[in-house]
Design a protein around this ligand. Structure first.
Ligand SMILES: [Mn+2]
Length: 447
């Protein structure tokens, strides 16, 4: 164990030009204005120990730089726009403990910015560089150390030499990040491939694994074995009725052989995420009650999948999945009444309480909301287009203590999730290597 994170070693990055063009895209949209993007803050775990570092996604999207204590200032001018990267100068003593730092000289060359400055000069630099600027785009809450409002607060009123209008910088990156470029698509595909390989290897092992926590560690070690460099989010492994808790944290409790186990996890690669959920019988055979519920969720997944194409919306996908889930709840004898009436009264909501999709990218729950034609639109109603990546993940969660549910179905929790890329033809399922049909899963589990 090291006391804090190992900083990434300097290395040439083929996608650097992608970062330059993303910055240019923003500079074009902020003529006469400026935008500040801060690196994520390091968080203390306890005393002198820090949590594992994770870079701010917007800052990473525009720089590819993974060190803390850094900020990117973009100054949009009609002529001669400027990008300035603030970072830490190299410190031999810090490097002895925590590994090599990039430092100013190498950063200028590597990131192809117009200028680099020491982060310790940020406050003075902002006062100097923004004295003629009225609007600053900034993400409130992104880093309390470099909170511009706080750095320049004044009890007597606005300052003459500092922007008087703050705009949310996440709206600048949001509309770019929702449509993935080629390099992003290949990184997300790679993360999905790693996750899929690890799942295929874990599934037949589950009959021998003693606890949820143990299964999570094995899965995560397989991610690393296949080249994953991190987790997209804390792994969810839930045996039996634990699967009725949506984000159950793996425990030392057993993986019950006669119950289903829900596995929702994803490797990350170069900060890009993936997301797969499968719910399987560790023994290799679904009981008839488990199969009944599974088939409802599997059908909802297929109905959702059919809606994954350009000009459809996440709301259309959700409605298709809701309809299949509600019809399934009627078939299972859990709901009674007419389908449309049960959908409009949200009768399904005690058993399916989340939405079907979330955008996915640098964040596993990626950007929202998004500007379209100058208007801010809810992400679910944005027409899909090639380059959009999101999940589809219907589920059914039947609480063990709900007396309205037939006894044989109580305590069953099932979610099935794939990561989807929209393309010109329709869509591509990036996690299809792990099948979702009961028959194929049983064959894999039995080995
Ligand atoms: Mn998900």
């Amino acid at each position: 164990m090291s006391i804090t994170r190992q900083h990434s070693k300097p290395q040439q990055n083929k996608t650097e030009l992608g970062f330059v063009s993303r910055r240019q895209n923003i500079l074009k949209r902020i003529k006469g204005e400026a935008a500040l993007f801060c690196a994520a803050e390091e968080k203390i775990r306890s005393r002198d120990l820090k949590h594992n570092y994770h870079q701010d996604s917007d800052f990473y999207y525009l720089t590819g730089f993974d060190e803390p204590n850094a900020a990117l200032l973009l100054i949009g001018k009609t002529k001669g726009s400027r990008s300035i990267l603030f970072l830490r100068e190299r410190e031999p003593q810090n490097e002895t403990w925590h590994g090599e730092m990039l430092g100013l000289k190498r950063a200028k060359k590597k990131f192809k910015v117009d200028e680099v400055r020491d982060i310790s000069t940020l406050k003075n630099s902002l006062a100097e560089l923004l004295s003629q600027t009225t609007t600053l785009h900034y993400s409130p809450g992104s880093n309390s150390c470099y909170d511009v409002w706080n750095l320049f607060k004044s009890t007597i009123g606005p300052r003459i030499n500092f922007p008087h209008t703050l705009a949310d910088a996440r709206l600048l990156t949001g509309q770019m990040r929702v449509v993935k470029d080629k390099s992003e698509i290949s990184l997300i595909k790679h993360a999905c491939e790693i996750s899929a390989k690890a799942y295929l290897e874990l599934l037949p092992m589950l009959k021998h694994i003693k606890s949820e926590k143990h299964a999570a560690k094995i899965l995560e070690s397989l991610f690393v074995r296949y080249g994953g460099d991190g987790l997209s989010f804390p792994s969810i492994i839930a045996s039996g009725k634990n699967a009725t808790t949506l984000h159950h944290s793996p425990e030392l409790s057993p993986i019950w052989q006669r119950e289903l186990v829900l596995i929702d996890a994803g490797a990350s690669f170069k900060n890009y995420t993936s997301d797969i959920t499968r719910t399987i019988p560790p023994s290799g055979t679904f009981s008839s009650a488990q199969a009944d519920v599974y088939d409802v969720v599997q059908n909802a997944l297929e109905k959702a999948r059919e809606k994954c194409k350009p000009n459809s919306t996440l709301e259309d996908i959700h409605q298709a999945s809701l309809k299949a889930i509600t019809a399934g709840l009627i078939d299972l004898g859990i709901l009674r009444g007419g389908l449309q009436q049960l959908i409009s009264s949200k009768a399904y909501s005690p058993y399916f309480m989340h939405r079907t999709s979330h955008w996915l990218g640098l964040d596993v729950h990626d950007v929202s909301p998004i500007y379209m034609d100058e208007f801010l639109v809810p992400p679910a109603t944005r027409p899909l287009e090639p380059g959009n990546i999101f999940t589809i993940e219907p589920g059914l969660y039947l609480p063990a203590e709900d007396s309205k549910i037939p006894v044989r179905y109580r305590g069953i929790g099932i979610r099935i999730e794939d990561t989807i890329l929209i393309n010109k033809e329709g869509s591509e399922n990036l996690t299809k290597k792990v099948p979702t049909s009961r028959e194929e899963l049983e064959t894999i589990i039995k080995g």
